[in-house]
Design a protein around this ligand. Structure first.
Ligand code: CMP
Length: 140
């Protein structure tokens, strides 16, 4: 049976700190299959659309500035129970509260610069995947 899917980004802080390889290893070691992946950089408009759900939050401007500050890796991942299992693998939003061994505990700088994104629902995983990838780019 094909697993369910989630969407992730390795964010600019983790790319800048040369953590791409370590983070991808944690992801594949945890049993996620890469369905699509690209190294890219968000435009301001991309980031504003992607994070539109947060636009009334006080940190929205900081979040957009950060997410466009450097390249990212975007990927679609597949596994049984993908959304929940991936959120467990990455840990709490704030790395100081993240469990030992989680990606954010190991690699995130702060609550804002938190190394990775993980979708919070199957519905958002589909929306976020479609924002970054055309169907033809899903090759895994
Ligand atoms: P993520 O959960 O992937 O998506 C929303 C992002 O907003 C979150 O990661 C953080 O990068 C950022 N964020 C959440 N809370 C704060 C905060 N209090 N201050 C700054 N950035 C935040």
């Amino acid at each position: 049976m094909a697993g369910s899917r989630t969407f992730t980004m390795i964010k600019p802080d983790a790319v800048e700190a040369n953590h791409i390889g370590h983070i991808l290893a944690k992801i594949t070691d945890a049993g996620f299959r890469i369905v699509a992946m690209k190294f890219t950089r968000l435009s301001r408009k991309d980031a504003e659309i992607f994070y539109a759900v947060h636009k009334e939050r006080p940190f929205f401007g900081e979040l957009v500035d950060y997410m466009i500050s450097g390249p990212i890796v975007a990927a679609i991942l597949e596994k049984d129970n993908a959304v929940a299992d991936f959120r467990e693998l990455i840990g709490a939003t704030d790395p100081s509260e993240a469990a030992e061994g989680t990606i954010r505990k190991l690699y995130a700088e702060s609550k804002a610069k938190n190394a990775v994104h993980g979708s919070d629902s199957d519905e958002n995983a589909a929306i976020e995947s479609a924002f970054h990838f055309s169907g033809r780019e899903e090759v895994g």
